[in-house]
Design a protein around this ligand. Structure first.
Ligand SMILES: Cc1cc2nc3c(=O)[nH]c(=O)nc-3n(C[C@H](O)[C@H](O)[C@H](O)COP(=O)(O)OP(=O)(O)OC[C@H]3O[C@@H](n4cnc5c(N)ncnc54)[C@H](O)[C@@H]3O)c2cc1C
Length: 333
């Protein structure tokens, strides 16, 4: 296994549990997107026009998350749902457009009064949509639990089969780094009371923001999106925009302590869907999970392990075949 992000570690954990001999190689574990991710498990809120196959894969993965999380202990798995809110007339039009998509795809989403569900939200909101089926997890706790179960080495091993799970750094693959900034905040004085219960995603004057509450009081605010190569620098503009929009949405965040500002690199592909499958008889691709790598970890682990065991995967991998793009199977350096 090349890569000790959430994808590589999840596959390794699953493969080990199925009796395979696995070595995870990563010269720099911890630098990946998985350490930055918010941890939303949100097939509905992330569903988008033209991405029906990705939606099916996402739903299949979400259905596996409860068992996956249970096998890892307490990893902050929560099922409170996502609340999508809109402020201006344009924001509302975007929300209505998405609601139509959810209806067409028979996804659970219904109108909700934002302040009835979350009294801390600004009164200047026009509408809300609740997606009860979207969940969340704390990716750092998932990574820590996986690292307890799967050792990682910095020495390049010999292997019969290599799985390439190097995120945006995977060579030979059509993946590119998509820069995203995330902030972490905490109540200045620990009141013990959670600020909000749902993941809240806001459209405010065309600006998008999400606020993810953790059970320990931490609040994750994200995320920017920009194409700027492999730099993980955090920009003043990105932090300003995220804070402005999040505080507008949930005014009490203005009193919170800003504990962390970090950027990560999403492994983006030309069609936003991952690359899952054989590249040649000795190499498998498991990368390109873009905005959904945390959500897609359980299903990725399951299908890649099935390939390693020469079994039929539980879902059709044709839409995710690496061969839909030009790929080279050269191993990572
Ligand atoms: C700001 C932000 C917010 C996000 N929020 C969410 C979210 O809410 N929900 C969700 O589902 N997803 C989210 N994502 C996306 C998610 O983080 C990624 O899709 C996922 O982390 C990809 O995991 P990975 O294991 O493929 O890659 P990474 O986590 O990037 O790990 C790749 C690993 O491969 C290693 N590697 C690189 N080159 C080599 C090599 N040559 N040899 C060996 N190892 C190598 C690296 O050192 C690294 O450790 C978010 C991403 C960002 C940036």
């Amino acid at each position: 296994m090349h890569g000790a992000g959430i994808i590589g570690l999840s596959i390794a954990w699953r493969a080990l549990s199925r009796g395979l001999d696995v070595t995870v190689y990563d010269p720099d574990p911890g630098r990946g997107a998985s350490n930055v991710a918010a941890g939303m498990l949100a097939p509905v809120a992330e569903a988008y026009f033209g991405e029906a196959s990705l939606l099916q894969l996402s739903l299949a993965s979400l259905s596996r998350w409860p068992a996956f999380a249970a096998g890892l202990g307490d990893v902050g798995y929560r099922t409170d749902g996502t609340l999508l809110v809109a402020r201006t007339g344009d924001d509302l039009r975007e929300l209505v457009r998405l609601r139509q998509l959810y209806t067409d795809w028979r996804l659970p989403a219904h109108k909700a009064d934002p302040r009835e569900l979350e009294p801390g939200l600004t009164p200047r909101l026009r509408a809300g949509l609740l997606m009860p089926g979207d969940h969340q997890v704390d990716p750092r706790r998932v990574l820590a639990a996986l690292r307890e179960r799967v050792p990682v080495t910095g020495q390049l091993p010999d292997a019969d089969v290599t799985v390439l799970a190097g995120g945006c750094w995977t060579p030979g693959m059509p993946v590119r780094p998509v820069h995203g900034e995330v902030l972490r905040l905490r109540p200045a004085e620990r009141s013990g009371k959670p600020t909000i219960r749902h993941v809240v995603r806001g459209f405010l004057d065309g600006k998008h923001v999400y606020v993810v509450p953790r059970s320990d009081g931490e609040v994750v605010v994200g995320a920017t999106s920009a194409e700027r190569g492999f730099s993980t620098a955090v920009t003043a503009e990105g932090v300003r925009d995220l804070l402005d929009t999040a505080i507008e949405l949930l005014p009490e965040l203005g009193e919170f302590e800003l504990t962390e500002a970090r950027a990560g690199l999403r492994p983006g592909t030309p069609d936003n869907a991952p690359l899952l499958g054989w590249l040649d008889e000795k190499t498998i691709a498991a990368t390109g999970h873009y905005r959904h790598g945390v959500l897609l970890a359980p299903i990725t682990a399951e299908v890649i392990t099935a390939l390693l065991l020469d079994q039929e995967p539980a879902v059709d991998l044709a839409p995710f075949a690496p061969g839909r793009f030009e790929c080279r199977s050269s191993l990572m350096d």
